[in-house]
Design a protein around this ligand. Sequence first.
Ligand code: FES
Ligand code: MG
Length: 581
Amino acid sequence: MSDTSEAKPANAQSRRSAEWFARAGKYGFIPRSWMKSQGFSPEMFDGRPVIGICNTWSELTNCNRHLRDLAEHVKRGVLMAGGFPLEFPVTSLGEPLMRPTTMMFRNLVAMDVEETIRANPIDGVVLLAGCDKTTPALLMGAASCDVPSILVSGGPMLNGRYRGRELGSGTDVFKLDEDYRTGKISKADVEAAEAAMSRSAGSCMTMGTASTMALLTEAMGIGLPMNGTIPAPDSRRAVLAEQAGKRAVQLVLQDIRISAILTRAAFENAVKVAGAIGGSTNAVVHLLALAGRLGVPFTLNDWDVLGRDVPCLVDLKPSGRFLMEEFFDAGGLPVVMRRISDRLNLDAPAIEGGTIGERVAEAESWNDEVIRTVDNPLTPRGGLVVLRGNLAPDGAILKPSAASPTLMQHRGKAIVFKDADDFRARIDDPDLDVDADSVLVLQNAGPVGYPGMPEVGSMALPKKLLAQGVTDMVRVSDARMSGTAFGTVVLHVAPEAALGGPLALVRTGDIIILDTEARRIDVDLSADEFERRRQAFVPPKPAYDRGYGKLFLDHVQQADKGVDFDFLVGGSGTPPSKVSF
Ligand code: FES
Ligand code: MG
């Protein structure tokens, strides 16, 4: 038997797992005996740190389907450092399948994670995530427990390759769909492209929400260097997983909790990095919700103020040309962070020990086309714009790097769709009175309205305008949009239409004014007319009257608060619990 004394520090008895495994009598016998049925040696129960490996593996989440394998590498690292790894599943969330939208279940998974950690003999966690919502859900759950935590992303898929060109997840679907709808390509072409786009395990290899959240995990220091970019099938991803397992044990031994890493400084860095990578707009709601769990003061306005004028350096689809494999080869996020280091909190802590500044100080770029320099950015202003006005008193957002400069100051006639079904039914109607200057307005697609705030905000343009060569129009909604989408799209309007927000009062023919310079989105209506319409507002019938759907409707907060449940804000640590037998 090997000597395990190294793994037994003086404070072993004060660890959570000791409550279960170090007890005398039946309270120790039962947890140890039943766990031994899995074939664990006695020294696993000697007080070494128990590392939970929180896994979102699922065949219903293709992006995370390799996480069972990756967990084995985490375990190796945990064992190497003298810890006791125990893998457990939590509900997984796969973007392509779940209805009405994965966003409706992010908080459910966060509850699953939080309660599973708290109820079990877990001292620290390695969080295995990939597809969009799995990353924020796991971080939120761990944050409310405030245990030592490290996140390992599944990594991006290999680049899509199709007939001599590259296909980007999501982004190229929108283009292929437009080409098919306008008769430029055949059904057989579409089928071939389908198979060519998704070639391996891993998350979307564009700058979608999954890539964004994996990169921000790295930027905030709660993931290891290169966590965001190593491709899913690359052996270096397995090495990173092993290192994370090892580090998790040390985090427990040193009692470095998630709240020690995810500080205000980390959130500030995340906003700036989100601008520099041209990150998904979905990061806004996820980071707001995460900060809420940690009690970190962080608001929607921070997105605008901190992100203002951060140049977008990463030339990735949907804003640019390349895909995640090229970004990884070019040096990954440390290069980006080094290039904007004068804007970052370099003393923010990094999960491997030391600071973010130390992590990125030596980063070298191997391709300045993929990772541009500050003097030659993809777009000079990569940050998000937070808009307010009589149409969005509590805020709305717009991503300038995905928008058309010519539409950022715009005035146009509203074409209003009362919900996503109404939009789908009428958008391609040849008689729809719409032109390139019109503003498409979608109501009832917010957290309560849809429900779940789906990614329908980047409404497809009317077929007849596409045929005329129109490529962008101003669109306004209380929905989100996919990180892989693009256009001059005003999103996350709060309060939402279903709650009687001003968006609900807009009618076809009203004039909408988008003034990005002044950070405003307004509808040209007199206060009297607004009030008249407000009196006549009838809220839509709730979508659920029981079950999780009802819980969601009763407790979900608006986009400017991160769409978390009101009763989940904050944390409750891991106080000792009662035994049940
Ligand atoms: Fe899972 Fe894009 S669908 S990451
Ligand atoms: Mg997505």
